[in-house]
Design a protein around this ligand. Structure first.
Ligand SMILES: [Zn+2]
Length: 137
C-alpha cells in the first residue's frame, strides 16, 4: 500500500452542526450558536438515561426480593407439608436438613430459571421504555 502524503493542513472553516461560518471559531473548533444546543441535548439524554436506569434497577431489585421471599415461603410450606404426612419413614427422610437439600436440588433450579427469565424480560422492556421518555420534560 502506498503511503499517504499530506500536502497541506488547515483549520475547519465552518461548524459541523449548522454548516455556518459566521459565529464559528476555527481555532477552538467551537460554534457559539450550536454550543448551547449540544449542552442541552447531552443534559437531557443523561437525565433520561439515569431515570430509566433507576426504574430498571428498582424493579429488578423488587423482583429479586419477591422471588427470595416466595422461595422461602414455598420451601417452608412444601417441606412442612411433606414432613407432616402420616406415612413418612423415620430417619434422614424426616429431617428438615435433608428435605431442604432435596428442595435445593430439585425445585430451586426451576425457580432460578424463572427468576432469570423474569429479570431478563424486565431488563429488556424497561430499557425500551427509554423511548417513552424521549419527548417528556
Ligand atoms: Zn453551528
Amino acid at each position: 500500500m502506498k503511503e499517504l502524503k499530506i500536502n497541506s493542513e488547515f483549520l475547519p472553516t465552518r461548524c459541523e452542526i449548522c454548516h455556518q461560518s459566521d459565529v464559528f471559531d476555527p481555532v477552538s473548533n467551537c460554534c457559539s450558536r450550536c454550543k448551547k444546543i449540544e449542552i442541552i441535548q447531552s443534559k437531557n439524554i443523561s437525565s433520561k438515561t439515569i431515570k430509566t436506569n433507576r426504574i430498571r434497577v428498582l424493579s429488578i431489585i423488587g423482583t429479586i426480593l419477591t422471588w427470595v421471599i416466595g422461595c422461602g415461603v414455598y420451601a417452608y410450606v412444601s417441606i412442612s407439608n411433606f414432613l407432616s404426612m402420616p406415612d413418612i419413614e423415620p430417619g434422614y427422610e424426616s429431617t428438615w436438613d435433608f428435605q431442604l437439600a432435596m428442595f435445593f436440588i430439585f425445585r430451586f433450579p426451576i425457580l432460578l430459571i424463572i427468576l432469570i427469565i423474569v429479570v431478563g424480560l424486565e431488563y429488556h422492556f424497561l430499557g425500551k421504555a427509554k423511548g417513552g421518555f424521549k419527548f417528556t420534560k
